[in-house]
Design a protein around this ligand. Sequence first.
Ligand SMILES: [Zn+2]
Length: 607
Amino acid sequence: MNAGSVWPSAAAKSRLHPIDPSGTEILGGFWARRQRLNREKTIPHGFDRLQQGGALGNLRLAAGGQGRYEAEADSGGTTLPFLDSDVYKWLEAAGWELARGADPALTAAAEEAIAVVTAAQRPDGYLNSFVQVVKGGLPYGDLAWGHEFYCVAHLIQAAVAWHRGLGDDRLLTCATRAVAHIDAEFGARGRPGIDGHPGIEMALVELARVTGEERHLKLAERMLGLRGHGLIGPGRFGAHYWQDHEPVREAPTVAGHAVRQLYLDCGAVDAAVELGDAELLAAVRRRWSDLVRSRTYLTGGTGSRHRDEAFGDPYELPPDRAYTETCAAIASVMLAWRLLIATGEPEYADAIERAMYNGVLSGISLSGEEFFYTNPLQRRTHRAAEPAGQHRRAPWYPCACCPPNLMRLLSSWHHYLATSDPDGVQIHQYADADLTAGDVRLAVRTEYPWQGRVTVHVLETPDRPWTLSLRVPAWSRSVNGPVVRHARRWAAGDSVVLDLRPAVRVTVPDRRADAIRGCVAIERGPLVYCLEAVDAPATAELEDLAWDAGRHPREVPRPDLEPAMIGIDVPVVDLGSASGESLTAGAIPYFAWANRRADAMRVWIPA
Ligand SMILES: [Zn+2]
């Protein structure tokens, strides 16, 4: 991901500038727990799965090894030509992790993966195990479905992480050669071609930032310009599926496959910032507004349709049939981050917060070793016993795009906390962390999101006035507006307190969202809560419980699930009982569901 996305070379061109991640460390609390789990459990687990599942083996075959190529999904027999990208996403996560601190076992695993990747690359720079092993080595024969540029995109992002985080350019050399192969055939003097799955656009901009070579930016600009003219054809789902139905700078709404649209718009923002293209940036902002207004679930998840993994119509937000792929929530974080630094507007940081605490984190178990691909907001009782991967977490997926995407986001999450600009430092996300922004060093101390108090201590400061800006999350906003600004001449030892009050809220859906009309949801701070049958009275079925507005919900500690976690006892009535019995059901944060027995769950509760 590149959370480091515009660090540091584009600093002059964006409104806000990412801070140096090497001077930022999450020390405790909610996010330290998750980064530790990611490092110690999830990433090693991911390497084992890449070995077992065949993704690394496929690259070994491309390097001349013997064996069977793994490209078949378990169900449906769909061919998956993009498994190389899982290795690259894992390598990106490993790169960010090793930049945070040494780990001999992780280094050994990463060295093995890098050796396989570099050995698989052909002398002419081409690299794609599926084409090399299965397709007779003939490149670019199926741009619509082949994911060749897409895989190179993830190779670039891994290369960027290793370059920026570790000063290790082995993957950068590999990625640059792979891009040169593409550029020779599809660059300014080549034939027009774009990938059915966007992603290379943002990666190329990143590569231009890292290498200083403008040709990569030019290639990104060319690919962005070619999309939207029907070049790829309608495919199975229509041209909008891969955003080839309208030019990128004209399409008024998001459309088609959610991850593809959001990755494409990430590249559009990156290119717009580099090129000073206000029209292109405005087009993405229009689409973002449409997305947030009418096609985003309460959890920050997006994508209502299973068939083509698409957004769906405005307000088509069924909780039980929500597709809401983990990758789509991650992609929305990536896009919101780019829009935040491009514009400086705090609403984008609000969107990052909502997606991270809910629709992203629901994708990974509390153990760090099981995942969700789809993240529905309801699982009915009769579906609770379905096999892993459907409505239950699975240790891996045949199409394993989501798990390593989570790994790279969590390993780089500290990049997203704060930014700087000529006026000072902006803190967007609250974590117990030390931050360095130029000659300013800050210590942020908080038990967010469980508690709302955030204290910022100034550890080091220049002898000139500057402004500390603190985002006031949308859920706690009052007349003060979305940002509190403290402008002054600071001294080491100064501190500022932001006292947010994460009280329990009862949320009513938009009247246009038919599937959840007449329901309420429980939220507290940035967290969406859900009822899970294991926490409801055994005498009632979850589908029979309705919100009892006459009684008050009550906060309760839930250390059984996680230290410091706060659950909510929700007053309900049992509509299945003759007398409409008054009961209490325990609500937990949505991200923590499906960590005990396979069970029914719901976010939206009938009122
Ligand atoms: Zn995914």
